[in-house]
Write a protein that binds this ligand. Structure first.
Ligand code: KIV
Ligand code: ZN
Length: 513
C-alpha cells in the first residue's frame, strides 16, 4: 500500500528568500492560486512579522485562497506568533509554523541561550501557538547539526505542548543522504510520541543534495517534504518540488509513496515562478529545464522515434509540457481562445483580462504563422501580472546594422501625457533603454538582462527579462514580442512600472500610519 507524502510548499517564503526573487502582493496571490491547482497540501505564505508588506501578502492569501492549508512562519516569541495568527486566522486550516535553533553553534553564537533555555522557550511558545490552533508546526533550526538526543527531548516536549508537525531542517545543506536518513530513523525510534505527529523535512541545496536528502528522509519515516518550485530558496535553494514528486511517481514501484500533486500543472507552475521572480530555470534542470525532454544525438533521436521509452523515462505531457504544438491560428475566435486558456489552467481570468489577452493574441497571431501554448502563456503572463501602468509604450522604432549608429525613437505615455524622443546607444537595446530613461526621468540601475526565444524558429517570440534596482528595491520585468527590441522595451517598462507601483504602495502605507 502506497503511503501519502504531504507537500509543504515554501516558494512564497523560503523561495522568496532567493536573492532578487521578491514578489508583489498580486504575484504572490496568483502563485498561491496556481499552487492550489497543483494540489500542494500546505502553502507557506510568508513570514508576517518580517514587515507590514509581508503581513498583508499572507493575510490576502489566507483570506481568499481555499483548497490548501495556509501556513505562516514565526520566530519563537509571543509577538511573532500573535502576528502570524492575525495574518492567517481566516485561512483554511491555518498553520502556525514556529522555529528555534537547536544546534550548539546557533544556540551559543546566535541565540546566546543554553540548551535548557531553548527547550523551555520552544515548549512555552508552542503552547502559546496551540491556544490559537491545533495545527502547529515546530522546526528545530539547524537540526541536522544538533545533538540528536537533545532534538528528541525538544520534540517530545513540544508534542506535549501541542505541536502536530515536527520539522527537522538541514538548514545549511550540510547533511549527506545516508547520515540524514539515519538521523530521521533515530528520531522515529527515540521520540516516545512520534506516532502522534507528522515528521517533516526541509533541506537546503548547498552541496546539491537537497532532493537526495529529502528522499532519504522519507524512506526512513518522514511524511512531509518542505520544498519549492524550481528549487528556489535561500542561497543554493531548497528541495525542488517537481523533482521529489516525479521521482516518487516515476519510481512508484520502489518508493511505495505518493503525493497528491497534479503533475500536469508542474511545468506551467515552473514557468509562472520563473516569470514572476525573474529567476530563469537552467536549461539542463531536471523535469522543467528547456532541455529536459530534448534529444540531440542522432542515435537518441532514432531510438525515441522507434520507441519513446528507449531514452525517455517521463512523458513531457505528464508534467504539462505541450506536445500538441500549434494551438490556435489568427482566425481563431474569442471562444476558442477562452477554451484553450482554460485547458491550460487559466480558468480564473476575468472578462477584462481575457479581452486583453485576446487583443494581444490577435496582434501576435497576425505576425506569426503558428501560435504555440508557450506563446499564449507569455501573453497571459504579460497581461495578467501587469501592475498599473505609469509608463506605456506607444511606439518604438529602432535602427541598427554593421555600419549605422544604433538609434531608437520612442514614444511613451508618461502618467497620461504623450512624450517622445530619440537616442543613440551601443546597440539598439541600449539606445531604446536610454530613450526610456530620458522620457520617464527614472534613475534605476539595470542588474540583469536576458533574452531567449519562447519557441523555435526565426518567427518565435523573443522573451526578455530584466532585473532593475532603485533605492534598494529590486524588481523584475518581463516582456514578450516577435520583435526582441520591443520585447526588451516592454520588459524594461514593466520593471519601471513595478518600481513606481512599489513607491506608491509604500507612500500609501506611510500615510495610513
Ligand atoms: O532552513 C531552515 O531551517 C528554515 C526554517 C525556518 C524552517 O527555513
Ligand atoms: Zn530554509
Amino acid at each position: 500500500m502506497s503511503e501519502k507524502i504531504f507537500i509543504f510548499d515554501t516558494t512564497l517564503r523560503d523561495g522568496e528568500q532567493s536573492p532578487g526573487a521578491t514578489m508583489n502582493i498580486h504575484e504572490k496571490f496568483r502563485l498561491a492560486q496556481q499552487l492550489v491547482k497543483l494540489r500542494v497540501d500546505v502553502i507557506e505564505a510568508g513570514f508576517p512579522a518580517a514587515s507590514p508588506g509581508d503581513f498583508e501578502c499572507v493575510k490576502n492569501i489566507a483570506d481568499h485562497i481555499r483548497g490548501a492549508q495556509i501556513a505562516a512562519l514565526c520566530r519563537c516569541n509571543v509577538k511573532d506568533i500573535d502576528t502570524a495568527w492575525e495574518a492567517i486566522k481566516n485561512g483554511e486550516n491555518p498553520r502556525i509554523h514556529t522555529f528555534l535553533a537547536t544546534s550548539p553553534i546557533h544556540m551559543r553564537h546566535k541565540l546566546r541561550l543554553t540548551p535548557e533555555q531553548v527547550l523551555e522557550k520552544a515548549t512555552a511558545m508552542v503552547a502559546h501557538a496551540a491556544k490559537y490552533t491545533r495545527n502547529v508546526e515546530f522546526s528545530a533550526e539547524d537540526a541536522s547539526r544538533s545533538d540528536l538526543d537533545f532534538v528528541c527531548r525538544v520534540f517530545e516536549a513540544v508534542i506535549q505542548a501541542g505541536a502536530t508537525t515536527l520539522n527537522f531542517p538541514d538548514t545549511t545543506g550540510y547533511a549527506l543522504p545516508d547520515e540524514y536518513g539515519a538521523q530521521i530513523r533515530y528520531l522515529m525510534e527515540h521520540i516516545p510520541s512520534i506516532d502522534k505527529v507528522v515528521l517533516s523535512v526541509h533541506c537546503h541545496n548547498d552541496l546539491g543534495l537537497a532532493v537526495a536528502n529529502s528522499l532519504a528522509a522519507i524512506n526512513n519515516g518522514a511524511r512531509q517534504v518542505e520544498c519549492t518550485v524550481n528549487g528556489l530558496g535561500e542561497r543554493a535553494g531548497n528541495t525542488a518540488m517537481e523533482e521529489v514528486v516525479m521521482i516518487l511517481r516515476t519510481r512508484a514501484e520502489r518508493a511505495r509513496l505518493h503525493t497528491d500533486i497534479v503533475t500536469e500543472h508542474i511545468y506551467p507552475t515552473s514557468r509562472l515562478v520563473s516569470t514572476i521572480t525573474g529567476m530563469p530555470v537552467q536549461p539542463n534542470k531536471a523535469i522543467v529545464g528547456a532541455n529536459a525532454f530534448l534529444h540531440e544525438s542522432g542515435i537518441h533521436q532514432d531510438g525515441v522515434l522507434k520507441e519513446r521509452s528507449t531514452y525517455e523515462i517521463i512523458s513531457p505531457k505528464d508534467v504539462g509540457i505541450s506536445t500538441s504544438n500549434i494551438v490556435l491560428g489568427k482566425h481563431s475566435g474569442r471562444h476558442a481562445l477562452r477554451d484553450k486558456v482554460a485547458e491550460m489552467g487559466y480558468s480564473s481570468l476575468s472578462e477584462d483580462e481575457l479581452n486583453r489577452v485576446f487583443a494581444r493574441f490577435k496582434v501576435v497571431a497576425d505576425l506569426k504563422k503558428e501560435m504555440f501554448e508557450e506563446d499564449l502563456e507569455a501573453i497571459i503572463m504579460d497581461e495578467v501580472l501587469r501592475v498599473p501602468e505609469s509608463f506605456k509604450l506607444l511606439h518604438l522604432s529602432a535602427m541598427s546594422g554593421s555600419r549605422s549608429l544604433p538609434t531608437a525613437a520612442v514614444k511613451l505615455l508618461v502618467n497620461g501625457e504623450e512624450k517622445e524622443t530619440a537616442s543613440l546607444g551601443i546597440g539598439p537595446i541600449d539606445a531604446t533603454f536610454r530613450a526610456i530613461v530620458q522620457l520617464t526621468g527614472t534613475t534605476s540601475k539595470l542588474l540583469y538582462f536576458s533574452v531567449s526565444s519562447i519557441t523555435g524558429g526565426t518567427d518565435a517570440q523573443g522573451e526578455v527579462m530584466v532585473r532593475i534596482e532603485d533605492n534598494g528595491k529590486v524588481v523584475v520585468g518581463q516582456g514578450a514580442d516577435p520583435d526582441i527590441i520591443t520585447a526588451a522595451a516592454k520588459a524594461y517598462l514593466t520593471g519601471l512600472n513595478r518600481l513606481e507601483y512599489l513607491k506608491k504602495e509604500s507612500k500609501r502605507g506611510m500615510e495610513a500610519k
